[in-house]
Design a protein around this ligand. Structure first.
Ligand code: GTP
Ligand code: MG
Length: 502
């Protein structure tokens, strides 16, 4: 597994400030307890209780929310991580690719990847995700590497997370939480932030119970051994109820806010549609080079970064086809395997930019090992959104990017894997001109022929024919401008009063 440089500025070893988890905003780690656990490896049933009582609460994971709004800025503060995946189908290569991607996601979130392990199983273990033997092995790796976090390549149930954490004694998070964390770090617009927070809270809600139990158990332990038994409402649980209510309230508030922002976005899009300017959405796997391609096509200065999910807010640019027809190009949020469904829901309004487009430019990174798998993952999410939206997926143009870093021998293979694709390099510009022509070709064309005499008082209609339609000829007469052109239906109806007037 590739190692990234340790981000020393961000590196906080387990803090030992004696903070009681209940009082700390996000459960400060209790380093002294942790040291004690490291010193002895408990294995017997007798040890188990002590073991559980000394569970290390890790910063960022605790559901203790001092202030719900902090979720927005919540960072998992991942540091030194060990990755683990369960491989249930496909071949070993597939499992390793998925883990390598998890590693890149972890690095994007700012952590150092120390080790990666995969296990072949028919299905993940219902209680600990990996099998019990593997848990022990994993614990050894955690101790040997000094990792403070284990990231699992899947979405774990609240119970699985808790049990693994109990056994590994370090923070355990899953792919979903990791992706949510990256989105939280990258969201910059008001809408993006609200969407991420909504997704995080939805993820958090079902997980409150388990952690709440652990917390009340701990509280009971501290109170002198009178641990809150079954049915006892410990302080943790009371707090839990309050937290849950506050989260529910916050969720409905966010939903309302997002709906309002969606209306604004819809209005903007509606205006574009009313202007009959066809829209192209650039979609695709994260890091495929969507923003780079938008820049190459339009000269827009959109942020390009070798990071996953650099773009969270759609950027729309106007452009003209080589034959002068205006259209819009929208850069969109990238997709990834197992995109958390909470995010798909929260980002619906953003993703609607994609399903509402006239043409989908689906960008895929040609330098990837298995680009066709990324293509499949993207199509899966698109279908899901389109179904939700009750609209068909727009016609797709597959574009293979980064051909500057593809070996010539590999090109033939790519053509076979991705039939019908256009090959480009946003960097070298190769193929970009051809892509422009193909996009122009696939855009809906004005289909209604009009022959109208537009009075000089209605100059704006003439201007629209110039910018949106295809002019056949134009003549300035005493009564007005005589236009013969092909236009889209909405403009044709606006011109109707003047048709046949000459
Ligand atoms: N070699 C090569 N690298 C490219 C090309 N296009 C983009 N890249 C690199 O790929 C990385 C990702 O590019 P972006 O344009 O940010 O990709 P994106 O699809 O917008 O990514 P997200 O917004 O994070 O989903 C950057 O490091 C780019 O420099 C290309 O044609 N060739
Ligand atoms: Mg981007």
């Amino acid at each position: 597994m590739k190692k990234s440089a340790i981000r020393s500025a961000d590196f906080h070893p387990a803090e030992s400030n004696g903070a009681v988890p209940h009082d700390s905003a996000f459960g400060q780690a209790e380093a002294d307890v942790y040291e004690a656990i490291l010193a002895e490896e408990p294995s017997t049933g007798e040890m188990e209780l002590a073991d559980r009582n000394s569970l290390r609460r890790v910063s960022g994971l605790s559901t203790e929310l001092a202030d719900i709004t902090e979720v927005e800025y919540r960072r998992l503060r991942l540091e030194r991580v060990v990755l683990v995946g369960v491989w249930t189908e496909g071949d070993a290569q597939h499992a390793e690719d998925s883990l390598a991607e998890l590693g890149r996601l972890a690095e994007t979130a700012g952590s150092e990847v120390l080790e990666g392990l995969v296990q072949r199983r028919d299905r993940p273990d219902p209680s600990t995700y990996v099998g019990s033997g593997k848990v022990r092995e994993l614990r050894e790796v955690v101790v040997a590497t000094g990792a403070d976090t284990v990231i699992c390549d899947g979405e774990l149930s609240p119970g699985q997370l808790r049990q693994l954490e109990d056994k590994l004694k370090v923070k355990v998070i899953d792919r979903t939480a990791l992706i949510l964390d990256i989105f939280a770090q990258h969201a910059s617009s008001k809408e993006g932030k609200a969407q991420v927070e909504l997704a995080q809270l939805q993820y958090l809600l079902p997980r409150l119970r388990g952690w709440g139990e652990a917390m009340s158990r701990q509280a009971g332990g501290r109170a002198g051994g009178a641990s809150g038994g079954v049915g006892t409402r410990g302080p943790g649980e009371t707090k839990l109820e309050t937290d849950r209510r506050r989260i529910h309230k916050r969720i409905s508030k966010l939903r309302k806010e997002i709906a309002a922002m969606r209306t604004v976005r819809g209005t903007k899009r509606g205006r574009r549609e009313a202007n009959a300017v066809p829209g192209v959405a650039i979609a695709g796997y994260t890091n495929a080079g969507k923003s780079s391609l938008l820049n190459a096509l339009t000269g827009a200065g959109v942020l390009v970064e070798d990071a996953l999910f650099a773009t969270l807010d759609p950027t729309t640019r106007r452009a003209d086809t080589p034959d002068g027809r205006p259209h819009t190009l929208t850069d969109t949020v990238g997709f990834v395997r197992h995109l958390p469904h909470q995010l798909v829901e929260a980002f619906r309004s953003t993703l609607e930019e994609v399903t509402g487009a006239d043409l989908l430019v689906h960008v895929v990174d040609g330098a990837e090992q298995a680009p066709h798998e990324q293509v499949a993952a993207v199509r899966e999410v698109l279908t899901e959104i389109a179904e939700d939206h009750g609209a068909p997926v727009p016609p797709e143009l597959l574009v293979v990017n980064k051909i500057d870093s593809v070996a010539p021998t590999r090109m033939a293979e790519l053509r076979r894997l991705l039939p019908g694709a256009v090959f480009v390099s946003a960097h070298s510009g190769e193929g970009v001109e051809a892509l422009r022509e193909i996009i122009a070709d696939r855009l809906p064309r004005p289909e209604v022929f009009v022959d109208a005499l537009v009075p000089y008082t209605r100059g704006e209609l003439v201007a629209r024919v110039h910018s949106e339609g295809e002019l056949v000829d134009e003549e300035h007469t005493a009564e007005g401008t005589r236009l013969r052109a092909k236009v889209r239906s909405d403009l044709a109806s606006a011109l109707k009063p003047f048709v046949g007037a000459g």
